[in-house]
Design a protein around this ligand. Structure first.
Ligand SMILES: NC(=O)c1ccc[n+]([C@@H]2O[C@H](COP(=O)([O-])OP(=O)(O)OC[C@H]3O[C@@H](n4cnc5c(N)ncnc54)[C@H](OP(=O)(O)O)[C@@H]3O)[C@@H](O)[C@H]2O)c1
Length: 346
């Protein structure tokens, strides 16, 4: 390792899961850890910015699909510069490059000054992709690409999406518009509907409106929308699928309400051949293989550079202020992401 790399790093440590989100956030501690030794095929990334996504909050609450042994460092993705490698052709080639990086499974995460990444899970960045946008380059943009591609390959002429004012939802709006793919955007508040219209969304429905169900039904028929990207769960899943045309598929890809999917009329499944299934980015990428994944990665970087998509950022914080920022994000998700910037000085 280079002499400019310290022996210790500061990081946010999650010491216990707590279903109550406020308690979970309060339980995060800033700790000092030795910089881990690198194995062959690994690189050390000096983290410039790390995103906070709903999947991070679910991890803190012990509700995510893949939990980790505690204590652990949270953060599923980030961006920074590769400052050391553990050997291997690709790891060596990455040395000195700016990358977006992520992880899966039971490993330490990106809310830390330094992060040990598998070289195979790093994306070298084009020069014009800023570190702050690269911090959220993997999870949301690639999922948006995956959802749209899945709907198209499934032969669906148009789609519905819920929680459409999310950062991912806004990327879906921009990508669908660019591809002239009709998208019906469902939000839960009037202000979100206005926001999406101001961003150029054509079809926006508010689930609080008294005639939401009939509006949704009519629009789905008119546009031929037989796919739905559903991120809320709870009754929303049924409220959507019950109103969609025969043969529709709802892809559940989020758990924002933290409630079991419900209110689904069995008659709709039995007699109208409707389906509910899950969509998870990790599975989609694995099935796709390396070459197609690289194509998708190049595509999202181009979209970022062209200004077609972006992640809105509401606040940037160092490790010491992270808890405050995470609370702000959890209470104002539509406002944008908070970025954890471990080297940011107060
Ligand atoms: N399956 C996968 O592989 C995968 C990959 C990436 C992301 N995701 C999922 O994609 C979703 C969006 O992620 P993101 O990072 O774009 O989110 P985000 O920017 O943090 O925004 C979340 C949005 O959801 C809204 N929301 C929160 N709780 C809600 C509820 N109970 N009912 C309706 N709306 C609600 C928020 O509105 P308010 O401001 O009104 O709270 C906000 O507009 C998340 O569920 C995430 O887990 C899944």
């Amino acid at each position: 390792m280079s002499s400019t790399i310290p022996h210790e790093m500061r990081a946010l440590s999650l010491e216990r899961y707590s279903a109550d989100l406020d308690e979970a956030i309060d339980g995060l501690k800033v700790v000092k850890r030795p910089i881990p030794a690198l194995q062959r095929g690994q690189v050390l990334v000096r983290i410039e910015a790390a995103a906070c996504n709903p999947s991070d909050l679910l991890l803190l609450q012990g509700k995510y699909g893949n939990l980790k042994r505690l204590p652990t460092i949270p953060g599923w993705e980030g961006s920074g510069q590769v400052v050391a490698h553990g050997g291997g052709v690709f790891a060596r080639w990455l040395h000195g490059k700016r990358v977006a990086c992520g992880l899966q499974g039971d490993r330490e995460g990106t809310w830390s000054e330094y992060f040990v990444a598998e070289a195979s899970e790093c994306i070298p960045l084009y020069r014009r992709v800023p570190a702050e946008q690269a911090a959220g380059l993997i999870v949301n943009p690639l999922t948006a690409v995956g959802l749209l591609e899945t709907a198209r390959h499934g032969g669906h002429r148009a789609a519905v999406q819920t929680a459409a004012a999310s950062q991912l939802g806004r990327m879906l709006i921009a990508m669908a518009k660019r591809d002239k793919y009709p998208l019906i955007n469902v939000v839960r508040r009037k202000e979100q509907a206005e926001l999406l219209k101001s961003l150029g969304a054509e079809h926006v429905l508010c689930s609080e409106d008294a005639d939401f169900a009939s509006q949704l039904q009519a629009l789905c028929v008119r546009l031929g929308a037989t796919a739905a990207f559903e991120a809320v769960g709870g009754d929303m899943t049924g409220n959507i699928i019950n109103r969609m045309p025969p043969g529709s598929t709802v892809y559940v890809y989020g758990d924002l309400s933290q409630q079991p999917c419900g209110n689904i009329d069995p008659i709709e499944l039995l007699f109208r051949e409707k389906t509910v299934c899950g969509f998870f980015l990790g599975t989609w990428l694995r099935r796709r293989g390396l070459v197609s994944t690289l194509r998708a990665v190049r595509h999202v970087q181009r979209l970022l550079m062209d200004g077609c998509i972006e992640t809105r950022i509401q606040r940037r914080l160092g490790l010491d202020d992270a808890r405050d920022g995470l609370r702000q994000y959890a209470n104002n998700m539509t406002e944008g992401k908070v970025l954890i910037m471990p080297h940011l000085q107060k």
